[in-house]
Every structure is written in structure tokens, then in C-alpha cells.
Design a protein. Structure first.
Length: 312
């Protein structure tokens, strides 16, 4: 099948009490690992590209890699999504360039400016058959060009969501309930806890409307330890507990973003490979196990966190 939008995916996810995995892609091995995992588990998937990924790999290379994944996996519903679109021009470029979904991130703007920007993107996207994710509330952390201090982060205010969705016409809404970008989401020794009270209130105000969680990597400690064991330095890297993400998926959350876990998986695997094979220099030799471990990480997420396995 061709690339799809997220509309039908989210409808089924909301009704079924699961979430779709939105995995960030940067190169061929990551695309292959993700889609191989989805093919084996019969899971729909969102392959998402950030502004940083487009700068690194080029828009055309990335879209062609995703097109190849569609050809290789004709049974899979695959959406191509822009993650954290910073402005109208970037969103327009992706809409014109074959993406089926875009996110416009005006979360750092005042409420009225966020609405104005999101509405402009929605109008252009809908005219071209593309769906739009917008964001209310600001997540802390660092991911590509997104850099927000803890002091500048803010939870989503449920009393604003109805007006925002009605005035923008967005198709899904990313909210801030305690997740954060990057591998250092919480201070060591603290107990991470998502604000399910906010999620519940948002769901009451927007019944049936798909909610999105950004910054939802769990930062697998086996790969953090692997990185540290083989020359890395990542003390205190902590992510969102997987049981809390599964709870969110049973509620109104239909899309959960995962990026850092893939980076940790690839980096840990490659560091270990280099340490154990110091004479090797063929990229195929170390990228092959990295791809295989990405596949296993994604399979774990699809089955144990998102619950979207067997949904196609």
C-alpha cells in the first residue's frame, strides 16, 4: 500500500486502547530495523523525520528510504511524519515533498500565536490531504534543535485544549504531562511520574481525540551500561517507565514518540563491537548488529509498551 495518513491508525488505536509507535529515522539501518520489527509483529508505524535529520541526511534521501520500506513491506500501514516542524516553511516543504503528516511546534509561543501558526499549517496541509499535529505545553530536554530548560517547561493546561483544537483544526495534539526530550529526563534518585490527572482531564474535554506524547523514550539501562562499559560517559541517564507509557496508551494517547532509545541501542552496540573487534573497519560489519538490535528494541516497544502488535 502507499504511504498513509495517521487518521485511520489513530481511530483504531483510540478504540483499541493502544498507541502507534512514532520512531525517528536518520539512516537506512534505522529504517530497516524499525520496519522489519513492524513486519514481524504486524504493527502499523509512523516513521518520523526531524529538522535535524533532514539537515543530516537530506530530505530526498530520507523520503526515498521510506519509499523503499513501503515497497519492501506492502502489508504495513506506514505514515511519514515531520517531527517538531519549527515553522510554516518547513512544514510546507515536507507537505510538498511527500510527507503524509506534519507537526507544527508552536509550543514555545504565546497561546494566540501558537493558534495562528498552527491554523496556517492546518489550512495548507488539509488542502493537500495531509494531517497535522500541534502542541500545547512545553517539554524540557534536548533533541536536535529543540532545547528547553526545566525552568521554561510547562504542563499542558486542560482548560485551553478545546479552544486550541477548535480554532486550529489540528488532527492530533501533543501535550506535556511530565515526559521530556533526550536521555536525561529525570534526576537520579527521583521517581518518575507522569501527570495522568492532566491526561484524564484532557481526554474528558476532547473525547475521542488523539493525544500524542513526545519525549517518551525509556532509556534502556542495558544500553546505557553498555555505552559506559565501552568508553562512553552517560551517568544518570533515566527515561520514562514503560508501565506508565503503557497506561497512557490505554487512555487517550494514540502516538508515542521514541528516538533516544534507538540512538542508545545503536551507539551501545557499535561501541561494544569496536571494543571487541579493534581491527575491523568495514561499516557493514558494525552496522549489521546495530540494525539487528534496533529491530529487537522496536519489537519490545511494539509488544510490551505500545500494544499495537497484531493490529493490521
Amino acid at each position: 500500500m502507499p504511504l498513509v495518513t495517521t487518521t485511520e491508525m489513530f481511530k483504531k488505536a483510540y478504540e483499541g486502547g493502544y498507541a502507534i509507535g512514532a520512531f525517528n529515522v536518520n539512516n537506512m539501518e534505522i529504517v530497516q530495523g524499525i520496519t522489519e520489527a513492524c513486519a514481524e509483529t504486524l504493527s502499523p508505524v509512523i516513521l518520523q523525520v526531524s529538522k535535524g535529520a533532514r539537515a543530516y541526511a537530506n530530505h530526498t534521501y530520507l523520503t526515498k528510504l521510506v519509499e523503499a520500506a513501503v515497497i519492501e513491506n506492502p502489508q504495513l500501514p506506514i505514515a511519514l511524519h515531520l517531527d517538531h516542524g519549527p515553522d510554516f516553511e518547513t512544514c510546507k516543504s515536507c507537505i510538498d515533498g511527500g510527507f503524509t503528516s506534519v507537526m507544527i511546534d508552536g509550543s514555545s509561543l504565546p497561546f494566540e500565536e501558537n493558534i495562528k501558526l498552527a491554523k496556517r499549517v492546518v489550512e495548507y496541509a488539509h488542502d493537500h490531504g495531509v494531517v497535522v499535529e500541534a502542541e500545547l505545553g512545553t517539554l524540557a530536554g534536548i533533541e536536535d534543535e529543540v532545547c528547553v530548560s526545566a525552568e521554561d517547561s510547562s504542563y499542558t493546561r486542560p482548560e485551553e485544549v478545546e479552544e486550541f483544537v477548535a480554532r486550529t483544526g489540528c488532527d492530533s495534539l501533543a501535550i506535556a504531562i511530565g515526559t521530556s526530550h533526550g536521555a536525561y529526563k529525570f534526576k537520579p534518585g527521583t521517581k518518575p511520574q507522569l501527570r495522568f490527572d492532566i491526561l484524564e482531564e484532557v481526554a474528558k474535554r476532547l473525547p475521542g481525540f488523539p493525544i500524542v506524547l513526545h519525549g517518551a523514550s525509556s532509556v534502556p539501562q542495558n544500553y546505557v551500561e553498555m555505552i559506559n562499559q565501552f568508553g562512553g560517559a552517560m551517568p544518570g541517564a533515566i527515561g520514562v517507565p514503560e508501565d506508565q507509557l503503557r497506561q497512557a496508551a490505554r487512555m487517550a494517547v494514540c502516538k508515542i514518540n521514541i528516538d533516544s532509545d534507538l540512538r542508545l541501542t545503536m551507539t551501545g552496540t557499535i561501541r561494544k563491537y569496536f571494543a571487541e573487534h579493534p581491527s575491523h573497519f568495514d561499516p557493514r560489519e558494525y552496522l549489521k548488529p546495530a540494525r539487528a538490535n534496533i529491530k529487537e528494541t522496536v519489537k519490545h516497544k511494539l509488544i510490551n509498551v505500545l500494544g499495537c502488535n497484531g493490529k493490521i
